[in-house]
Design a protein around this ligand. Structure first.
Ligand code: NDP
Length: 402
């Protein structure tokens, strides 16, 4: 039995993970689940899975969790606060950690799992974008195994030779072809983007995901973060990663080798495939995912992304090339701008405008330790909020919702 901790269990990836685990009760034991403040959902998961540990990072929500569970809380130790998550991943009963918290909030627990030498199933791409070199070094020093959960990176991993080390490009690899659905506004004219709503941005054509990553997919920032993620995970340069818009989301990514071979991984757009792959690797287990019918799919299209229309992708590509602390500033500004968009304080093109203002004023600097990363993250957030405030004060101005 493999002991599993699922961080971000109440989210989209978290729930898909619990679905796969429930299909294999003889193989996996759910030891711990954790979320931020969704006490109702966590209570339901505790009732269904009876894990020995559960945690809420928002300590203020724990009383509600206890109230909801009543006597059913017996048998589950409930922990409170962000530090509790680091405790959970270090438990001896936990061999495998699903890092599925959204955003920078997942950094410390993801790093803790890497340092503790666990099998780390990495969905929380933001932690890699912020502290990639630290995270990769922690994995290689502790002997942890990092398995990517992002469907694209999981696909690339599946197309690499066995034994490839995290952060080191295998011999003979020429390029990575990273696919993108193009998001809900793929065919929306540029002029119409200023009036798109958060609901429309979250309505992804192929994937069901949390709100933050859905907006990231709509701006193509998600692909930009994934470009940075690919460089760190597979030891390639940004120039070795080509982004291809592939509207069907069936080819999850491809790897090109120097002999002209191109290997791809295909499948239905359902996160349970990469989750099951990473949970069982190097074996294969059933995931509940519908099998791919290529005759029904009919065609596979590919085209170049429009970086004039989707400025966030161009900004992320520049941050990937600049390296250092640029990706940290980019990520921080993006998280703040996306939240402002979701709350109606910023229009869709305003997201890129805020990020651009923050990264332009960025000092960059060399990637340092965790404290430097966290300081740059805090700085990026302050600058982004200042920028949004400036835009609001000067409304009606580009970037502010009418
Ligand atoms: P969701 O928004 O659906 O879920 C986020 C999860 O993180 C929830 O469990 C939430 O808890 C928890 N959380 C949020 N803030 C904190 C915090 N401060 N401390 C502890 N827990 C917190 O996100 P997704 O599942 O869509 O995405 C999760 C990660 O996986 C992201 O990094 C995303 O980029 C990545 N990913 C997602 C994919 C997808 O298909 N959804 C695909 C590939 C990658 P609560 O419910 O209590 O707020």
């Amino acid at each position: 039995m493999i002991g599993v901790a699922v961080l971000g269990s109440t989210g989209s990836v978290g729930e898909s993970t619990l679905d796969v685990l429930a299909r294999h009760p003889q193989r996996f034991r759910l030891v711990a689940i954790a979320a931020h403040s969704n006490a109702a959902r966590l209570a339901a998961q505790i009732r269904a899975f009876r894990p020995p540990y559960a945690a809420l990072a928002d300590a203020g929500a724990v009383a509600e969790l206890r109230r909801l569970l009543g006597t059913e809380a017996r048998g589950t130790r409930i922990l409170a606060g962000a530090e509790a998550l680091e405790e959970l991943v270090a438990l001896a009963e936990v061999q495998c950690v699903m890092a599925a918290i959204v955003g920078a909030a997942g950094l410390r627990s993801t790093l803790a799992a890497a340092r503790a030498g666990k099998r780390l199933l990495l969905a929380n791409k933001e932690s890699l974008v912020m502290a990639g070199p630290l995270l990769v070094a922690a994995v290689n020093e502790s002997g942890a195994t990092l398995l990517p959960i992002d469907s694209e990176h999981n696909a690339i991993f599946q197309c690499l030779p066995r034994g490839a080390r995290t952060g080191v490009a295998p011999a003979g690899l020429r390029r990575i072809l990273l696919t993108a659905s193009g998001g809900p506004f793929r065919d929306t004219p540029c002029e119409a983007l200023a009036s798109v709503t958060p609901a429309a941005a979250c309505a992804h054509p192929n994937w069901v995901m949390g709100r933050k990553i859905s907006v990231d997919s709509a701006t193509l920032m998600n692909k930009g973060l994934e470009l940075i993620e690919a460089c760190l995970l597979f030891g390639v340069t940004p120039a070795q990663v080509e982004i291809l818009v592939h509207p069907q989301s069936l080819v999850h990514s491809l790897v090109e080798y120097v002999d002209g071979s191109v290997l791809a991984q295909l499948g239905a757009p359902d996160m349970r495939t990469p989750i099951a792959h990473a949970l069982a690797w190097p074996e294969r287990i059933e995931s509940g995912v519908e099998f791919l019918d290529l005759l029904k799919a009919g065609r596979l299209d590919f085209r170049a992304p429009d970086t004039d229309k989707f400025r966030c992708l161009a900004l992320a590509q520049a941050a990937a090339r600049a390296g250092g602390l640029h990706p940290v500033l980019l990520n921080a500004a993006n998280e703040v701008a996306v939240q402002a968009f979701l709350e109606g304080q910023l229009n869709f093109p305003g997201i890129a405008a805020v990020i651009e203002a923050v990264v332009q004023r960025g000092t960059g600097g060399a990637p340092g330790g965790l404290e430097e990363v966290l300081a740059a993250d805090a700085e990026g957030r302050v600058r982004a909020r200042e920028r949004i405030l400036g835009m609001t004060r000067n409304a009606p101005m580009q970037g502010v919702r009418a």
